[in-house]
Design a protein around this ligand. Structure first.
Ligand code: IPE
Ligand code: IPE
Ligand code: MG
Length: 248
């Protein structure tokens, strides 16, 4: 996939828009529970919320959106929920590709694929191919993804090539090496943890925690996160005075 197009900001993007936003979409189960609905109803609502969020990110000039859809650890949920989530992913893939194409969104899946069903693997690949030419937003869907898995698989690739293990060589083989690290990492659902999301890549991401459950995370909530991001000073280990010198 030609990904160089996602390496620099779009001309139209607002100055305050983060280039890369990552989201732990948490709280679907509680959203359903509050309404006496089965958990899968919350996940279904979560797909609607993601559709809205993608559109809002495109409008705000975000170029890369990376979402946590299913973690390596989520396999340990009840079988009924896991199979429901797999089915939902299959359906969403079948339904959403035309909308992604209309919005200029390229989709890419990030995570361990070998343990997914052959049918699911094929659906992921088809969705990637069908949207590969789009250039407004790259949507990375982390599916069967874990930050520790990512670091370990990168190390295994480096070792297999007989290259020395350095930050540069490891980083080059991590699953999100095709995009710059997230600028803003949002977690919804009121939990203050990373839950094995982008452990390598979030080293210098600005963190924003929202109490809203993922299905309730709307445009206003996204704007609040982006505004908070805009008010942060990113120092990357330097002093404030140094940062003022380079940006002023
Ligand atoms: C996040 O919502 C979606 C997945 C993990 C697949 P949850 O299902 O974790 O929702 P809560 O945290 O139980 O409310
Ligand atoms: C993180 O949420 C994974 C996804 C959103 C896909 P979890 O609900 O699995 O996280 P924990 O278990 O509360 O840490
Ligand atoms: Mg949760």
């Amino acid at each position: 996939m030609a990904i160089a197009k996602f390496l620099s900001p779009a001309a139209a993007s607002l100055p305050a828009a983060p280039h890369h936003v990552a989201i732990v979409m948490d709280g679907n189960g509680r959203w359903a529970h509050k309404r006496l609905l089965p958990r899968i109803a919350g996940h279904r609502q979560g797909v609607d919320s993601l559709r809205r969020c993608i559109r809002a990110c495109v409008e705000r000039g975000v170029r890369v959106l990376t979402v946590f859809a299913f973690s390596s650890e989520n396999w340990s949920r009840p079988e009924e929920e896991v199979s429901g989530l797999m089915e939902l992913m299959g359906k969403a893939l079948a339904n959403e590709v035309p909308e992604l194409n209309r919005g200029g969104v390229a989709i890419r899946f990030v995570g361990e694929r070998a343990s997914l069903s052959p049918r699911m693997q094929q659906s992921l690949q088809q969705a990637e191919q069908a949207t590969a030419a789009n250039a407004r937003l790259l949507l990375n869907v982390c599916f069967n993804y874990g930050g520790r898995w990512d670091i370990a698989q990168a190390a295994a690739q480096v070792a297999a090539r007989g290259e020395p293990i350095t930050e540069e060589s490891l980083g080059r083989h991590t699953a999100l090496a095709h995009v710059p690290d997230p600028d803003l990492l949002i977690r919804t659902g009121g939990e203050y943890r990373i839950s094995n999301f982008l452990l390598w890549q979030c080293a210098y991401s600005e963190l924003f925690f929202s109490d809203k459950l993922w299905p309730d995370f709307d445009e206003a909530a996204l704007d609040e996160a982006i505004a908070a991001y805009g008010a942060r000073e990113r120092r990357f280990g330097k002093t404030s005075a140094q940062v003022a010198q380079t940006t002023g």
